[in-house]
Design a protein around this ligand. Sequence first.
Ligand code: ADP
Ligand code: MG
Length: 393
Amino acid sequence: MQQRYKVQCKLGYGFFSTVWLAKDISLGHFVAVKIAKPEPAFVKTALDEINLLKRVQQKQQEQGGPAYMVTLLDHFSHEADERHGGRNHMVLVFELLGPSLLTLMKQYRFHGLPVKWVQRITHQLLEALDFLHRQCGIVHTDLKPENILITVPDPAAYIQRMLIMMDDDTNFSNASSVSASSCSTALTTVDEPFSPKLDLNLVVDTVESYCPEQKCPLDDWQELDVQIRVIDLGNACRLDDKELGRHLIQTRQYRSPEVILGVDWDQTADLWSLGCLIYEMITGTFLFDPQAGPDFSKDDDHLAGMIELLRVVPRNLMQGRYSRDFFNLKKELHRVKTLKQRRLRDVLHDTYMLPAEQADGWSSMLLRMLEMDQNKRSSALSLLSHPWLSRPL
Ligand code: ADP
Ligand code: MG
């Protein structure tokens, strides 16, 4: 078989994979190639992700309308050569997208994204979640800025510009000249030590650290209608899975109270993560970033932060598998005694200087996602008709 994908440079990485920019030689365009680690658990994760993506794609075709989930173009198993361990990696080939929301927030120096963008992104994320939950019967379980990418008119050109900003001599031609040389059936070798200059994550960081006056490469696009794609179904679950709701999900800062306390979770867990994510887009800071102390754990601190903001611990949260480890019968935390109440609206207005009307509007919407009782948390569908979403900003 002829080799088809030629790796150019690293785009990003996650817990179980590395993602590379590659050229699809047969079609002549750039793609993103996600290469899973070779351990059996990661092979299984990749196979699960492929199945879920196929389901999403089938539903998307049936339904039509705008797509908010990333498109899977191809997948195969790749045997690395002996120099690179000789083991099998699952490879997923995706449409090439632009930067993640995390990169975007970095470019805004963590002062928050323009609220107009946040409003549009929120709308699209609710559409994406409604589609995922109701049409596909899938819970994402890992919504966070790294897993939401924006589409740009020409992502390869965007990447090239990032590289050029870093170093005028660095461009695609020498990117491919250092790209891997040894070939197997479908893919050039992927573990080659690439020049760090060609690692996009590093480039972004370097632009920020060394060229603070440099024009943000996304500046020209501010007027464009920002379009998002949700990626990474690597941890997603089907709602009809018999084991649903039991295992630990979500990245720490986006983790919902029911998951911490061992109450069975469902698709509403995604709405909690979304609330945390929107707050972060508005303010540039985490809503919850718990830390362990000498006498309490990260989970203790996390629950304390939630109570400070939301006050009431609903009854169902006292019946989780781990609730007794954290709370006494009076619903008080065992290990955190001093709580400082804060109101979301006031934090947005007083700390982050949002005009009163915006602070009211955002907090009224966010509090419907940040409902401690998952049975009372709003669905993506019902949030789509929240008046704040259609408010001209
Ligand atoms: P993991 O499951 O290991 O977390 P992801 O699918 O989240 O892997 O991808 C890791 C990173 O790779 C993303 O955060 C993003 O920076 C980059 N990436 C993934 N898919 C694409 C894509 N289609 N286009 C551009 N970059 C991508
Ligand atoms: Mg990821």
